[in-house]
Ligand binder design. Structure first.
Ligand code: 6GU
Length: 231
């Protein structure tokens, strides 16, 4: 998987792309990335990338030209047109299902908006897929891009060591994950559920499924309804 990022804040991506599992995936060659600073593509001698909105109103709008020139550079580096995901609260909701779909691509470009948004004409010209990570408003598309890059990367084959670890977990079967415990057997006056010490793998599996169902029912009734209707 190759990620291209178009942003006004390239430095925000460094710790996420070099740390932890993502850093390892990059070092191992499962993931590669290029960060483009949209400001490098402005023709303006004062490096301006935004301007007042036609029709008036609060805030500034990101200009079409630097974004389009940046996009052209990404396509020229890739050697062909690249699918562009535009991060915006107006986008369709990002879900595990969408993450799995994007994990099947070989390249993805993320366009991070700022200010009051990006000139609509360049979004139309590129044909962006607009995606939101939830019903709240952030100051820019950088954090959402990183959220998506992380969720997609862990579904790319080889990124997680244990090939099982992305299938048994929350969401992939429509249920939340069961609770986990590690040593010691007792802490803060609380014991590990007896069944997990029993060595009865069938019973443990059954207990975990019950826990998953109970959690989903109480914490995410919306998910539980879908799970029930799919059975
Ligand atoms: Cl993708 N962008 C911004 N600015 N805010 C958001 C978002 C995206 N998703 C949820 N809130």
């Amino acid at each position: 998987m190759k990620y291209y990022v178009m942003t006004l804040f390239p430095e925000m991506f460094e710790t996420v792309m070099t740390g932890s599992i993502m850093g390892r995936a990059v070092d191992a060659g499962h993931i590669s990335y290029e960060i483009e600073n949209i400001r490098d593509y402005t023709p303006d001698k004062h490096n301006r990338v935004d301007d007042y909105p036609y029709g008036g109103g609060a805030g500034m709008v990101m200009e079409a030209e630097p974004v389009y020139r940046c996009y052209e550079e990404v396509c020229s580096k890739a050697g062909h047109p690249v699918k562009v995901i535009h991060l915006t609260p107006q986008g369709k909701p990002f879900t595990q299902e969408l993450a799995a779909k994007y994990a099947g691509e070989t390249e993805l470009a993320f366009l991070c908006g700022h200010y009051e948004g990006i000139d609509e004409r360049v979004l139309e010209e590129i044909g962006t897929e607009d995606v939101s990570i939830g019903d709240y408003v952030l100051t820019g598309g950088e954090l959402p891009a990183m959220v998506m890059m992380d969720a997609i990367a862990r579904l790319v084959p080889g990124v997680l060591g244990n090939s099982d670890s992305s299938c048994e977990e929350s969401f992939s079967d429509g249920l939340l994950e069961y609770p986990q415990y590690t040593r010691p057997e007792e802490i803060l006056g609380r014991k590990v559920p007896e069944i997990l010490l029993s060595g009865h793998h069938k019973n443990i599996e059954k207990w975990r499924l019950e826990q998953s169902i109970e959690r989903t029912k109480t914490r995410r009734p919306d998910m539980f309804e879908k799970y029930e209707s799919k059975k």
